[in-house]
Design a protein around this ligand. Structure first.
Ligand code: URA
Length: 210
């Protein structure tokens, strides 16, 4: 993965995303679409995983069959909305290890503060995929990647559903080595830091809170 930003323009991804953006799409449908789209995005973000071969016996003959190489990958959900992407990806990569990072924004300093962090071991030997549906200001995403690097992660990718130009720029400045895979690059952030046109609060929409 060489590009800093990959926008997945596949028609199925774009169609599902449009359904998710619609404010009248109910929670149950939103959640199902998120699960489906997470798998299509995961397909893209795992495109060039390291491979090796293994000798197997088919019913016809022996062959050198391609299989994944290296340690199990780590998925890291940035709480709470990241959890909406986890289940779908885990269906594709059931052996992945899973971590969680929780950050809130200090209202005085406006800086992200960590309130939870539980990560798989030996992160330095794993591909680490951080997931959060919305890359908005990029402050919490950049802080989450800082934590992953402090824990030893070296090969990190960031998967999101929607990105704002501000968030992409912030990530490029803080973590130029972390490729971003997303379904769309939207126009801008509003004054409250929401992505426009966006889809609203991803956590509220997937969990039915308001
Ligand atoms: N988080 C969200 O859930 N939505 C946005 O638009 C921005 C950040």
């Amino acid at each position: 993965m060489t590009d800093h930003l990959t926008i997945v323009r596949h028609p199925l991804v774009q169609h599902k995303l449009s359904l998710m953006r619609d404010k009248d799409t109910p929670t149950v449908v939103f959640r199902q679409l998120l699960r489906e789209i997470s798998q299509l995005l995961a397909y893209e973000v795992t495109e060039n995983l390291a491979m090796t071969t293994k000798t197997i016996q088919t019913p016809m003959c022996e062959m050198e069959a391609p299989v994944l190489d290296g340690r199990k990958m780590a998925l890291v959900s940035i709480l709470r909305a990241g959890n909406g992407l986890l289940d779908g990806i885990l269906e594709l990569v059931p052996s992945a290890r899973v971590g969680f990072v929780g950050l809130y924004r200090d209202e005085k300093t406006l800086q992200p503060v960590q309130y939870y962090c539980k990560l798989p071991n030996e992160l330095d030997e794993r591909l680490v995929i951080a997931v959060d549906p919305m890359l908005a200001t990029g402050n919490s995403s950049a802080a989450a990647i800082d934590l992953l690097k402090q824990a030893g992660a070296k090969d990190i990718r960031f998967l999101c559903l929607l990105a704002a130009p501000e968030g992409v720029a912030r990530m490029k400045e803080a973590h130029p080595d972390v490729p971003i895979v997303t379904a769309a690059l939207d126009d801008r952030l509003d004054e409250k830091g929401y992505i426009v046109p966006g889809l609203g609060d991803a956590g509220d929409r997937m969990f039915g809170t308001k």
